[in-house]
Design a protein around this ligand. Structure first.
Ligand code: ADP
Length: 260
């Protein structure tokens, strides 16, 4: 079953058209990657799927229901979004920020209950940020903040997790840790869409990829179908060497510095 579907989505910021007839799907329990050059429209399609932006044309469904008709809190129980950059106007503690993920379950002025505290603590443990829990957000590095925002999304206990470059500020160890965590969540049943700039990470972790180029779906398929020397040249204008990963049957990109 397709848990998410976008059908013929077009979108413009004012007069600038950034997406044209984008149709894609996420199967229940799937780990989908969206790749493509800068400005291809990857963040925009994620924001449309999460209901932050409204499409000018086309429809988006979640489990067969149009998201347009779903109330914000109801949608947030199903989909959590981890944006690329998050700015906090106030210097909240990590605990407070992760607890904000419980907003779909709380009515106005309602106090958090045991279930909310458990969900928060579970999310803190999962993302390995318990040691920071009492610290103010502005005292953390950007990589640490990225894990806090992921923890806040997990506290929402969503069925679908949508991430915009979750590893962009992370060192190698934390990139690996986050991707392994996503794999674990996926194995436990969470459906995932992630935008990844690092094509080798996308190739290693995503079951299927959608390649966006100039606001359109250029191709979708397995990493083997998409990560080819020909497609990389066509879409990224870059000559690369694609080899088989030594331990997994997926493609791995090597750059070829000029003149060597
Ligand atoms: P990607 O995530 O693939 O880099 P984006 O979805 O962020 O691409 O952006 C697609 C295009 O839309 C880019 O040309 C970008 O400059 C433009 N864009 C993104 N956000 C806005 C905005 N808020 N207002 C105007 N143009 C925007």
């Amino acid at each position: 079953m397709n848990i998410i579907e976008t059908r013929d989505i077009s979108f413009s910021y004012n007069t600038k058209k950034v997406l044209t007839n984008v149709s894609l799907f996420l199967k229940q329990g799937e780990f989908l990657g969206i790749i493509g050059p800068n400005g291809a429209g990857k963040s925009t399609i994620l924001r449309l799927i999460c209901g932050i932006l409204k499409p000018k044309h086309g429809i988006i469904t979640i489990s067969g229901h149009e998201t347009r008709g779903i109330e914000r809190k109801q949608l947030a129980k199903k989909i959590a979004f981890v944006p690329q950059e998050t700015h906090f106007a106030l210097n909240f503690t990590i605990e407070e920020i992760v607890m904000m993920g419980r907003f779909p379950y709380l009515r106005a002025f309602q106090r958090e209950n045991k279930i909310d505290y458990e969900a928060r603590d579970h999310a803190l443990a999962y993302t390995d940020i318990q040691e920071f829990r009492k610290r103010p957000i502005n005292s953390l590095s950007s990589g640490e903040r990225q894990r806090v925002v992921l923890a806040r999304a997990l506290a929402q206990e969503p069925a679908i997790l949508i991430l915009d470059e979750p590893t962009s500020h992370l060192d190698l160890h934390h990139q690996f840790a986050i991707m392994e965590l996503l794999k674990k969540l996926n194995k436990e049943g969470m459906s995932i869409i992630t935008v990844n700039h690092d094509l080798n990470l996308a190739s290693l972790y995503c079951e299927r990829l959608v390649l966006l180029h100039q606001g359109k779906v250029f191709e979708q398929g397995s990493p083997k179908d998409l990560i080819t020397e020909k497609i990389m040249k066509q879409v990224y204008q870059t000559e690369v060497k694609v080899i088989r990963h030594p331990h997994k049957d997926v493609p791995h990109i090597l750059l070829n510095p000029k003149g060597e």
